[in-house]
Ligand binder design. Structure first.
Ligand SMILES: O=C(O)c1ccccc1N[C@@H]1O[C@H](COP(=O)(O)O)[C@@H](O)[C@H]1O
Length: 220
């Protein structure tokens, strides 16, 4: 069964929609250039409602030690998603500093990009394959870009991995069937405008994930 992460949740309504629809992971983006940016203290208050219902993920981009420490102390995330240029050594440092599990997002535009996973696997609990953003993009992710999912066919990795990038309620079923992704992640694909989550799109996305990946032992 494929599990889903809904990322960039910054209002009670959006977070409740994700939790109510069965998201296994919910993500707080702390990156000022993002339309989904949320400050650590605000995230800590908002995500209290997620405790025990879903894994709380803090998305950071090339964070320094001060931000990692602030996030660890204030938000106390289950996982930190590193979505920048972090090296395997830096990833290991962030894991030690925060005590959180790590999701390392890797940009993909060619099959060779998938080979980078081997260097990161020892330092992380999860990998993430996200479309490399277009040249000159203001954001390293969250722009609705997708990559050729067939690159993942037949590939295996030493860690559980998320498929991300350009997923929507309309295409996530195809993405799961094509790749066998154990985990999927969406940000812009469930929004009515940048940074504004649409509860109906969140519900539709989760329903599509569920339909494409029957639960073990479910009769229908
Ligand atoms: O969502 C953001 O604003 C964001 C900012 C900086 C780095 C990553 C970001 N989002 C992550 O990018 C992928 C793909 O997003 P999308 O579904 O294509 O919009 C996903 O993992 C988001 O969590």
């Amino acid at each position: 069964m494929t599990l889903a992460k809904i990322c960039g949740l910054k209002t009670p309504e959006a977070l409740d929609a994700a939790l109510g629809a069965g998201a296994a992971f919910v993500g707080a983006v702390t990156f000022p250039r993002s339309p989904r940016h949320i400050e650590p203290l605000h995230a800590a208050t908002l995500y209290e409602r997620a405790r025990g219902r879903a894994k709380v993920v803090s998305l950071l981009v090339d964070p320094d030690d001060a931000l990692v420490t602030e996030i660890a102390l204030i938000l106390k995330p289950d996982l930190i998603q590193l979505h920048g240029h972090e090296t395997p050594e830096r990833v290991a440092e962030v894991r030690r500093l925060s005590g959180a599990g790590i999701i390392k997002a890797l940009p993909v535009s060619t099959p060779a990009d998938l080979d980078a996973a081997a260097a990161y696997a020892p330092a992380v609990g999860h990998l993430m394959f996200d479309a490399r953003p277009p040249e000159g993009s203001a954001l390293p992710g969250g722009v609705g870009a997708r990559f050729d999912w067939t690159m993942l066919q037949g590939r295996t990795f030493d860690r559980p991995w998320f498929l991300a990038g350009g997923l929507t309620p309309d295409n996530v079923g195809e993405a799961i069937r094509l790749t066998g992704a154990p985990l999927v992640d969406v940000s812009s694909g469930v929004e009515s405008e940048p940074g504004v989550k649409d509860p109906a799109l969140i519900a539709a996305f989760m329903a599509a994930v569920d339909a494409a990946s029957p639960r073990q032992g479910r009769t229908k």
